[in-house]
Design a protein. Structure first.
Length: 357
């Protein structure tokens, strides 16, 4: 548990809540995770929720508090692993990050038999699998709370079906449990990225939604170091609840700026403006993301849609063929304007692709 004084402003306007004293609600979800660890057949879980709904904070809080939930501390080792980190951009990097997290919990000479399986070099897929199975023989279950699962999908050449199949095999043999946080259900990503591994049909799904009314009220009453009481006045608490509308990120943001306004002698109107500006910024894609979306639409989505025109008259082609055809159709008017080709040549091309005699 966290020690030391509470912060003056207890509201976390961005990022993950790390101090467990400032975590509010999610009792049902926490109970569900703990209950699926128990027994001889632990069930892996997919935590699904939109951005800023509190997935990271939930996982981190569970890792900090799981021993308080009636679970055998000698049987489990529970770690939090953010997959967005640079260490998890390769398969070996992932295994090494897991090993480091687990070894941090089994330090000292009395745990040498648990440490040795993870010291294999290189720690590849086979060595990782052997280490997990060795822990099972010793009655130890690794529980990996994996945050930001989408990060792995950026490297499909590093994390392929074989990688996911191996994890699934260890889960099926009750040697490994995963709690995976993602914005969409894992099977949605399997369809989108054409994975066929059964890993993506994970055992149980928990949907993370807005807080209950009581939880929202509790969040607005977070304590502060300076007064040993609620950081916000009763009126400010009411404003935070109204602006936040039971959404954890909005509530945190509202509380943060309401507290800042009072400290700086600013009016409530200033706090509301800051709140709305940050909320708009959080919803809007960055310039880099907007550029990427525009580029994808121009060089892939639009050409594919244009290229699918022949399908309306019964001609079947694959997406790659569609893309090539559509891209050519998109570029032809440009080539005409700069004098590279003539309009009659464009018409001949279109007639050929549409099958017009």
């Amino acid at each position: 548990m966290a020690s030391g004084a509470l912060p003056d402003n207890p509201f976390v306007a961005a990022g993950m809540i790390e101090d467990p004293r400032l975590f509010v609600g999610r009792k049902d979800e926490l109970h569900a995770i703990a209950s699926r660890m128990k027994g001889d057949q632990p069930t892996s879980i997919n935590i699904v929720g939109e951005k800023h709904i509190g997935k990271s904070s939930l996982l981190y809080y569970f890792v900090r508090t799981w021993e308080q939930r009636g679970l055998d501390a000698n049987r489990y080792v529970v770690i939090y692993l953010p997959l967005r980190g640079v260490d998890c951009q390769t398969e070996t990097g992932f295994y090494e990050a897991v090993a480091e997290g687990l070894l941090n919990h089994v330090q000292g000479w009395q745990h040498r038999s648990l440490q040795n399986p993870w010291k294999s070099k290189p720690l590849n897929r086979q060595a990782f699998s052997d280490a997990v199975k060795e822990w099972k023989q010793q009655g130890k279950l690794p529980v990996l709370c994996l945050d930001d699962f989408e990060s792995l999908l950026k490297y499909p050449d590093k994390f392929d079906n074989g990688f996911y199949d191996n994890l699934r095999s260890l889960m099926d043999s009750n040697a490994l449990m995963l709690v995976v946080a993602s914005r969409k259900q894992l099977d949605v990503y399997a369809n989108k990225h054409r994975f066929v591994s059964s890993f993506f049909n994970i055992g149980h799904t928990i949907y993370l939604k807005e807080l209950s009314t009581d939880e929202a009220i509790e969040l607005s009453r977070l304590p502060t170091r300076s007064t040993n009481g609620a950081a916000l006045s009763v009126g400010e608490q009411s404003d935070a609840q109204q602006w936040g509308d039971r959404h954890p990120y909005k509530l945190q943001l509202a509380g943060y700026y309401l507290w800042e306004a009072r400290q700086q002698g600013k009016p409530i109107k200033w706090a509301k403006q800051q709140f709305e500006q940050q909320l708009t910024k959080a919803k809007s894609p960055s310039n880099g993301q907007q550029w990427q979306l525009w580029l994808r639409w121009l060089v892939w989505d639009l050409p594919v849609r244009l290229g699918k025109i022949p399908q309306f008259i019964g001609v079947t082609v694959g997406d790659i063929g569609n893309w090539i055809t559509g891209l050519v159709m998109l570029l032809l008017p440009v080539l005409v304007l700069v004098g590279v080709v003539r309009w009659n040549e464009v018409w001949d091309f279109v007639r050929d692709k549409l099958g017009i005699k």
